[in-house]
Design a protein around this ligand. Sequence first.
Ligand code: HSE
Length: 333
Amino acid sequence: GKKVGIVGATGAVGEEIVGCLEKRGFAVSELKLFASARSAGKVKETPMGEVTIQEFSLESARDCDFVFLAVGGDFAKEYAEKLTEGSGPIVIDNSSAWRMDPDVPLVVPEINLEACKGKKLIANPNCTTAIAIMALYPLHKEFGVKKCIVSTYQAASGAGAPGMNELLDETKKYVTTGEMPANKIFAHPLPLNVIPHIDVFQENLYTKEEMKVTWETRKILDVPDMAVSCTSVRIPTMRAHSEAVTIETEKPITTESARKVLEAAAGVTLVDDPEASKYPMPLTATGKYDVEVGRVRANDVFGEHGLDFFVCGDQLLRGAALNAVLIAEGLVA
Ligand code: HSE
């Protein structure tokens, strides 16, 4: 087994990493859970037994084979290289700190695991990118994606446990008192609302969340000039992101040929039976490892080269923890 450390072990993503390691049968000889001083000393029941949470120390974390970073970008910027130096562990970072660094691979294991070769610091993509790309990649391989327009419907879990708590608390208070309490995590109250604002606005009037979809999709698919435009919207769901995607392809594409490709794709479950009211939804995608893809249809906006589809994926699993654990799994295979 491997010695595994999780930094940010008490956060929403950290907890899911523990769960994925167990459910996927990843052989762990020792599990180290790192969190803030506030949580240090608490004993956590994990599927691998009781583990006492410790405050992060470089020395203790460097004594691992794999370290998952499920904390903010500032921490990752400061510690990732110090961790991997010399005989240090392989670090899989869930933050955006290193994703666009040309020396750091940005990895979705089903797509570009080989990019990890010889690397000790590996970046996990943004959830929105990781979920849509499960459908985009097989379509790109078969038909060549030239242009891509994405509209997202993102769950509260994208802002971690505090975001999920805020949505629940605000909803409860609103339902019981009729008054909408003040928001702290999101830009506006989220219940009964949609907010077209995730992360900070850029000079080009896109948000950083939207630009991540452009930057990261290009990097993972290795198409630096792919035309990608995204509108990212927060909606009052808990933990599965949904995305409506329109593509223009190099080769002609039809509903049937696209469905066939998606049906065979790793990490994708085709849920596409409109007559039976079957299509992807957060309700059904939550807790699943695969992303659901449906509403597949050729669009004639791009002649015979256009396709629309809808994808839903568990933001904490494929969008974060599962992807990270699959990378580690691929590296020990
Ligand atoms: N930035 C995303 C969101 C989470 O806010 O939904 C990505 O991991």
